[in-house]
Design a protein around this ligand. Structure first.
Ligand code: SF4
Length: 361
């Protein structure tokens, strides 16, 4: 049975009118990636419409060198705290789980403030929070920095690998390698940055962009809105998730983002260094920046051998294109981050099946 086809038969039926269109639509949000697979959305679309994943999983796009640096810190005696998904991502130095198995103090936190509390309650240890994420999590990370600085918690630091989504979307359409005709813009990120953040990309590169919610109905409606713009040769930014996302975003949260961080050029797995796409701790707060405090660097590092995560994240491949998919690489024995993360494209394909099986509507 095609998941959701009864509940959304009206929406699916409406999509039939676009059967003559050939289009590739990219989702740029890990939660959308999972929802698309979970609801079997690909199998509900007209034959010519492809949905591919982009760089929307923060764990997956984190450059391998940053994970090695986190492992290095943990092995040097620092208490390393991070989100659960980061624990199993492999790097040249192994994963954080492996470091913990060898005796390093590596802990999982559900929020940056949890990490700060570990430092507050354990003055005899040095705590470093390994912070990865997009605009959705950066305000919370910034707030944690503010508290640590204002309260003078000097046994706390942060190793950051933080990114903003629009520059990555621009690189994808600029290179044209993924052949993207439309974007499903991230719902959570857009609550912070607003839909206007994508206007330049949509207009300059002629790519219809719709900010979507996360239910099957939301995503099907979003695809329909994109196809409608493709049909009428329009390339605007529209909001499907309008009860949550505003064009201007959340001004207060954005202000908080830039209070402690500067924009800089950062490496993305699969996309290389993207200008002005990263956020790093401002120089005046360098005492809390783990790279400065421990005088270490994030070095360049190759992908695990045979892993196509970089191509998957850039939309140049889909998970089954990888020769390791489902054989040598599975969720219980992941080779790359896209199989580790609960928002990874390979994990989604593995768990729910991919788009090789199609249904004509
Ligand atoms: S299947 Fe595994 S090795 Fe292949 S791209 Fe996905 S995560 Fe990387």
């Amino acid at each position: 049975m095609v998941r959701g086809d009864g509940l959304y038969s009206g929406l699916i039926g409406d999509l039939k009118r676009y059967s003559y269109i050939k289009a590739t639509i990219m989702e740029v949000c890990g939660t959308h990636t999972m929802a698309i697979s979970r609801y079997g959305i690909r199998s509900l679309l007209p034959e010519g419409v492809r949905l591919i994943s982009g760089p929307g999983c923060p764990v997956c796009v984190t450059e391998p060198g940053a994970i090695s640096t986190a492992v290095q810190l943990a092995e040097s005696g620092v208490t390393l705290v991070t989100f659960g998904d980061m624990m199993r991502v492999p790097s040249a130095r192994g994963s954080l789980y492996q470091a913990r198995a060898k005796g390093a103090d590596v802990r999982i936190a559900y929020s940056p403030l949890d990490a700060l509390n570990i430092a507050v309650n354990n003055k005899d240890i040095s705590v470093c929070f390994f912070a990865v994420g997009f605009e959705t999590t950066i305000p919370g990370i910034s707030f944690t920095l503010k508290r640590a600085i204002e309260e003078g918690i000097d046994n706390f630091s942060m190793l950051t690998s933080l990114r903003t989504i629009p520059p990555a979307m621009e690189v994808i359409v600029k290179t044209g390698e993924a052949g993207v005709d439309g974007f499903i813009a991230p719902g959570h990120v857009s609550t912070i940055i607003g839909s206007e953040a994508y206007r330049d990309i949509a207009e300059k590169y002629g790519v219809p962009t719709v900010v979507s919610g996360f239910s099957a109905g939301d995503i099907l409606t979003t695809v329909s809105m994109i196809l409608d713009m493709i049909e009428s040769n329009e390339s605007e930014v529209r909001i499907q998730y309008e009860h949550v996302v505003k064009p201007e975003g959340n001004i207060k949260a954005m202000k908080m983002m830039y209070e402690y961080f500067n924009i800089y050029d950062i490496a993305w797995r699969g996309l290389g260094i993207i200008e002005k796409s990263g956020l790093k701790i401002k120089e005046e707060y360098s005492a809390i920046d783990a790279l400065c405090r421990y005088d270490i660097e994030i070095e360049e590092e190759d992908e695990p051998e045979g892993c196509l995560c970089g191509d998957v994240l850039a939309g140049r491949a889909i998970p089954p294109d990888c020769s390791l998919f489902g054989g040598l690489c599975t969720p219980s024995k992941p080779v790359g981050p896209c199989m580790v993360s609960s928002e990874g494209s390979c994990a989604a394909y593995y768990k729910y099946g991919g788009d090789r099986v199609r249904y004509t509507i």
